[in-house]
Design a protein. Structure first.
Length: 189
């Protein structure tokens, strides 16, 4: 044991160290041409492995970051469209309300029952609109197959109406700017 201490104590030029910094410093200080070929090959191999591991780490980190962003985006979309099925089924009720309101207004009679029914219809509309439902405005606009479903085409005398929506048979709706029901329309020919 004392021989080991004496050997290491007397050797101040190259103290033994397991420190990576000291290895890097000593590798940088010595010219690679002074190193044996086996050691040079080992250093190059180690550098290549380190570069490969760094690349793998960066790719894995980027992949995980993309996963986090995608998960957050999907969570937001899910929250926005959580009640989509219920809302879509309520659209038929809203259509019936629109038809009933039209009939009530065309009858010309004004009484408390009629006003109460119209008030309930308006409340249903306002609740759905507050949840992100928006009706499409189609009449007089250019036919768009991404939003409209053409039920029929009718000849028109006015050239400006060709290719435009003449009549809206069934109203289309958006839910948070995504189409949940296409509008059924009649297009000018």
């Amino acid at each position: 044991m004392e021989d080991f201490k004496n050997n290491t104590a007397g050797n101040h030029e190259n103290p033994p160290s397991g420190d990576a910094e000291n290895l890097n410093e000593s590798a940088n200080m010595t010219d690679q041409s002074e190193l044996p070929e086996e050691l040079t090959d080992a250093v190059e191999k180690t550098r290549a492995e380190l570069a490969e591991q760094k690349e793998k780490y960066l790719r894995l980190y980027a992949e995980f970051d993309n996963y986090k962003k995608r998960s957050a985006r999907e969570r937001v979309e899910l929250m926005q469209t959580a009640g989509r099925e219920v809302i879509v089924s309520l659209l038929e009720v809203l259509d019936d309300c629109d038809r009933a309101e039209k009939q009530l207004l065309e009858s010309g009679e004004k009484d408390a029952v009629q006003e109460g029914v119209i008030l309930v219809f308006n409340k249903l509309r306002s609740v759905l609109y507050a949840k992100g439902v928006k009706p499409m405005d189609c009449k007089g606009k250019e036919f768009n197959p991404d939003e409209h479903d053409a039920v029929s085409q009718v000849p028109v005398a006015d050239k400006d109406l060709k290719g435009k929506v003449i009549e809206e048979i069934l109203k289309g709706y958006y839910l948070n700017d995504k189409i949940i029901r296409f509008a059924k329309v009649v297009v000018g020919l």
